[in-house]
Design a binder for this molecule. Structure first.
Ligand code: ADP
Length: 704
């Protein structure tokens, strides 16, 4: 007993040591290592963020440096010299792509009085100053004034025409010859001399096209317009429209430098004629080219708009900036942003050095912001992004990508930096694609290690539970074994005492009657039978335990073995006052069984029924076929078994606590043996029982 309690104690101590020495430290270690994950992640994140800041700053600097370089390149004086030279050669180049190598916007040039030098729209000598000067007191003047008088006051067109013609021969100046030709053409047209008039207007258009009349209209436009009139009058429908469409195209191209009102006047005049006439006279070819021309933007129209923009938004700003920094009259580049009808613009300008000696010029350009955001900046960012592995995007004030208009990334994962030198309202958004991936992998790592930890803890706990269960089982078996030894000694002692008592009686008392002697012999026989039954059980059990029990299965009539065993036990039962009912089917088929083992099954069941039926002494034995099984039923009306106990009664050494009602203690091995034997026959054993009503043991043995 002492040894046994000691062993339990030792096991508990092992569990305790296991918990304290292994489980607890592992849990603490796991917790500590798991808790370092967020810290590690945070450290890496901080590192990346600082890297983000440094790389972001470097990227922004690189972008600004690149833009400044472009600006510097564009604002070189040779670019402006080239512009002016082309303008002086009479071919002003409105296409700014030829202004400098990098097309970044529309250039402009202002003189010291902030007059627009480029793009030129109205030539300086366009007014009629020369014309008035040349007209004073000359032969030309007299003839010209006379001609005008004849034409307008006298309505003598023929005479007027002759005089105008005479005027053209006075080769005073181109301007005067042009004005005379204009008069001549007019008179010829009025007198319907169309061919002659056309000749005059062709001459005027070809040789004096760029000169302007008193009202500031170039002779080229006037002449072409009259040529259209002539063709129209001569009913040359298609030809007249071609002339007009050509004129329309040329005005839009900027062949003549005219003011905005003159441009607007001719454009709307020609458009209204073309719109009307193309509806009536259907010339699909002309209509098609007219639509084509209208679709394309008008280069000169744009120049006029640009000039207007310069006058309204740029020149006042430059003036103000210069007046604020008088000392800043240096050649450094300046820039400012603004908006025109909600459209953002950026203008860069500088004093152009060495442009013309002793004269100040301001050169500048309006950035093409679409080009900047769609091509220039992305190109710079692409290189930067390749070098640093970071993502760069420019966002506007509403945090939208300036190119795609999609919302930028949320702050926290990225860094926003504003321009330092470039006054653009755009911000550089720097983000690290690795930060998100890092968070994802950290989350995965924690999940993985957490899961691993949970599995380890679960396994450890499972192990602890298994050990504890084994220990308690062991303890229970030990308790049962001890009880078994006590019971078996008691069970052995009772029959042995009786055998000795009756043996001594036979020996000592010589005058016993034959009936008394018979009784003594019977008792000795029965008690020794009981003894051998007990010892058989114990021996069988120990054979089973050691795995040495073998069954001798032979084909035979089970009903015979059951009947014989019952008959041999009947006396014993009836003597104890039991009524035995039996119903044994005699027509059962032969089956394989071990006769001795099956007899022992029945004896054990009968012996239990007898032991646990103190009041209602009635036992029923039935043997029959059911569903391919041979069924052996042993029922009693005894004390019954509680539902809680039923699963335990087949365990070895198990004996009910509630044995007050039973007369004798058993070994706790009977049902263990029965179950083992039945299972060796491929069968099963069940029990139905109710407290104080009795029990029924049902044995099923399959036919094959
Ligand atoms: P025992 O030698 O104690 O009879 P068994 O293994 O045969 O050992 O039975 C185990 C326990 O099952 C018994 O102690 C008893 O509590 C219960 N038991 C068995 N048969 C009956 C029965 N017919 N009626 C009531 N209880 C029974």
């Amino acid at each position: 007993m002492k040894l046994f309690t000691h062993s339990i104690f030792t096991h508990r101590r092992i569990i305790f040591i296991f918990l304290v020495a292994i489980l607890l430290p592992s849990l603490v270690a796991a917790y500590l290592s798991l808790s370092t994950f967020p810290k590690r992640r945070e450290a890496v994140r901080k590192l990346l963020e600082s890297n983000l800041y440094i790389s972001g700053e470097a990227a922004l600097n690189a972008v600004e440096r690149a833009l400044l370089e472009i600006e510097q390149k564009v604002l070189k004086s040779e670019n402006f010299t080239r512009l002016l030279l082309s303008q002086k050669a009479g071919q002003p180049d409105f296409d700014s792509s030829r202004f400098s190598e990098d097309t970044v916007g529309q250039p402009f040039l202002l003189d010291a009085d902030f007059k627009i030098v480029f793009p030129e729209t109205v030539p300086e000598n366009a007014s009629g100053i020369d014309f008035i000067k040349g007209m004073r007191n000359s032969q030309f003047t007299q003839s010209f004034q006379r001609a005008e008088f004849l034409e307008f006051a006298q309505k003598d067109i023929t005479q007027a025409a002759n005089l105008y013609k005479k005027c053209t021969s006075y080769t005073l100046s181109e301007q005067l010859r042009a004005v005379a030709l204009e008069g001549l053409g007019r008179c010829l047209l009025s007198s319907e001399k169309y061919d002659e008039a056309a000749k005059v207007y062709n001459d005027l258009s070809k040789n004096y096209g760029q000169l302007q009349n008193k009202a500031g209209h170039p002779y080229g436009i006037i002449a072409e317009f009259q040529l259209y009139e002539i063709a129209h009058k001569k009913r040359e429908g298609e030809n007249s429209l071609v002339i007009l469409l050509n004129l329309y195209q040329q005005i839009r191209k900027g062949i003549w430098l005219i003011s905005q009102p003159v441009y607007d006047f001719y454009i709307s005049e020609i458009e209204s004629i073309l719109n009307d006439r193309l509806v009536i006279d259907k010339f699909p070819e002309i209509q098609k080219s007219y639509i084509e021309v209208q679709k394309r933007p008008s280069p000169y129209g744009q120049i006029l708009l640009f000039k207007d923009f310069l006058e309204r938004s740029v020149i006042p700003e430059i003036k103000e900036k210069l007046s604020l920094s008088r000392s800043g009259n240096t050649a450094t580049q300046e820039r400012f942003p603004g908006t025109v009808q909600d459209d953002l613009f950026l203008v860069s300008y500088a004093i152009i050095p060495d442009f013309q000696p002793e004269r100040t010029f301001y050169g500048g350009f309006k950035w093409d912001l679409n080009l900047l955001k769609n091509s220039i900046i992305p190109k710079i960012l692409e290189d930067l992004s390749e070098d640093s592995g970071l993502d760069f995007k420019f966002v506007n004030e509403e945090d939208q990508n300036i190119i795609s208009g999609i919302d930028g990334l949320k702050t926290g994962e990225s860094l926003v930096l504003s321009f330092r030198m470039f006054p653009l309202p755009w911000k550089l958004l720097v983000s690290h694609p690795g930060i998100k991936a890092l968070e994802r992998s950290a989350r995965r790592e924690i999940f993985f290690y957490g899961f691993l930890l949970a599995v380890i803890v679960a396994l450890m706990l499972f192990g602890a539970v298994m050990i504890a269960r084994d220990i308690s089982r062991e303890a229970e078996t030990n308790r049962l074994k001890t009880e078994f030894v006590n019971n078996i000694s008691h069970e052995l002692k009772t029959p042995l005492t009786l055998i000795r008592l009756y043996g001594e009686t036979l020996q000592r008392k010589e005058n016993l009657t034959s009936t008394e002697k018979k009784e003594c012999y019977e008792i000795i026989t029965k008690e020794s039978e009981r003894l051998s039954h007990l010892i058989n059980n114990v021996l069988d059990f120990s054979r089973i335990e050691m795995g040495r029990k073998e069954f001798d299965l032979k084909k035979g009539r089970l009903q015979d073995v059951i009947t014989d065993t019952l008959e041999s036990y009947r006396y014993h039962l009836e003597k104890k006052g039991f009524v035995i009912q039996s119903d044994i089917a005699s027509d059962l088929p032969e089956i394989n069984f071990d006769g001795e083992a099956i007899a022992s099954v029945l004896i054990n069941l009968l012996s239990n029924a007898m032991k646990f039926s103190p009041k209602q002494k009635e036992v029923t034995v039935k043997l029959f076929m059911d569903n391919g099984n041979v069924i052996l039923q042993v029922s009693d009306l005894g004390i019954g078994i509680s539902q809680k106990e039923i699963p335990k009664i087949f365990e070895r050494f198990y004996q009910s606590e509630n044995h007050d009602a039973s007369e004798a203690k058993g070994s706790g091995l009977g049902l263990t043996l029965v179950k083992h034997i039945i299972e060796a026959h491929g069968g099963t054993i069940d029990v139905e029982s109710e407290i104080d009503k009795g029990s029924r043991f049902i044995v099923r043995i399959p036919l094959c």
